[in-house]
Design a protein around this ligand. Structure first.
Ligand code: NDP
Length: 322
């Protein structure tokens, strides 16, 4: 089979398409013949070496496809089942492994491409809006990079929960997508300073929550926009890691809460996984949640796909297809 392998960290040139061996499922694992793999910003961090993974490795945790083989002890799945995961290993490949406990059966109403596009960013948007800070009617949330993969889904789920959403994006084309997702207000943060603009839009009252996946360029200003006891949810660092701060700053800015969450800690049980993936599939099947597939690249062109997301061009989901 073919896979993308990374032998040394660095630029997208390190994504090498090569022949390799079929992975064998261990106890509790399922081997999936991949139909589509979701691209996620975290794979750029992995490729650059931010998380120090052992080499060589094949990136990709999110994919959908057809069950090909079962490891010892796996129940509930059989060869041929249509499945999807956000927690697999080696997804940039023709075949990849997933833990059965974090693998979902894909309902007939949803294509495998749609499932691959929804799992990771969708369950992320779900936990951010439903658990980290459970949005309710009357809340106002700021969502940065609202036309991105997580962004468009987070705006839609925040609206389903009845919140008012102020979105930031970098281009007019992305502004249109954020509005289409349901954002009440959209700020072009590449052209105007979003801090006074949010203050104006909230009548100086501030926000219950900031969802920040951009990091370095937005984080500190976001702290200035929260109401007393508001929550800063720093869930990513697309513009670079945030510099360290003193805990005292949270006191000075209004007894704020700060969290740096990650999806794995919000999928702690089969029940939690089934709840989040089930909500997503239900909303997708009923048309309440629209998952926009922006671009599809052949697996062999993973380099171009990484350049696309790093160059800030994504307007929804990017898929790799073997
Ligand atoms: P996106 O499709 O949203 O791409 C990132 C977006 O960030 C860009 O489109 C861009 O939007 C914005 N951005 C701002 N500054 C930069 C910059 N300097 N370089 C690149 N992009 C920039 O990606 P994802 O939806 O995959 O991920 C969004 C964020 O969510 C990432 O930080 C990712 O790590 C994080 N994430 C976190 C998870 C978790 O559980 N903690 C799980 C999944 C994702 P614009 O042009 O509008 O500014």
């Amino acid at each position: 089979m073919h896979a993308i392998r990374i032998h040394a960290t660095g630029s997208s040139d390190q994504l090498i398409y090569e022949e390799t061996t079929l992975p064998e499922p261990k106890a509790g694992e399922v081997r999936v013949k991949v139909t589509a793999t979701g691209l996620n910003f975290v794979e750029v961090y992995h490729r650059k070496g931010l998380y120090g993974l052992p080499m060589p490795f094949t990136p990709g945790g999110e994919f959908a496809g057809v069950v090909d083989a079962l490891g010892p002890g796996v129940t509930g799945f059989k060869p041929g089942d249509r499945v999807a995961t956000a927690s697999g290993a080696g997804g940039y490949a023709d075949y990849a492994l997933a833990p059965a406990s974090l693998l979902a059966q894909v309902p007939a109403a949803i294509s495998l491409e749609q499932a691959a596009a929804a799992m990771l960013q969708g369950m992320t948007a779900h936990y951010l809006a439903s658990t980290t800070y459970p949005l309710k009617p009357g809340d106002t949330a700021l969502v940065h990079a609202a036309a991105g993969g997580v962004g468009q889904l987070l705006v839609q789920i925040a609206k389903l929960r009845g919140a008012r959403v102020i979105a930031t994006v970098s281009t007019p084309e992305k502004a249109a997508l954020a509005r289409q997702a349901g954002a009440d207000e959209v700020i072009l943060y590449s052209q105007v300073d979003f801090e006074p603009e949010v203050q104006r839009l909230t009548g100086g009252k501030g926000l219950e929550v900031v969802y920040d996946g951009v990091g370095k360029t937005t984080f500190l200003k976001g702290l200035n926009l929260l109401k007393p006891r508001g929550m800063m949810v720093l869930f990513g660092q697309a513009s670079g890691p945030v510099d360290p701060i003193s805990p005292q700053l949270l006191n000075a800015k209004g007894s704020l809460f700060l969290t740096r969450p990650t999806l794995g800690h919000y999928l702690l049980s089969r029940e939690e996984f089934t709840w989040r993936s089930g909500d997503l599939f239900g909303w997708m099947a009923s048309g309440k949640l629209v998952v926009r597939i922006d671009r599809t690249f052949p697996l062999a062109q993973a380099r171009a796909a990484h350049d696309y997301i790093e160059n800030r061009e994504t307007k929804g989901k990017v898929l790799l297809v073997p």
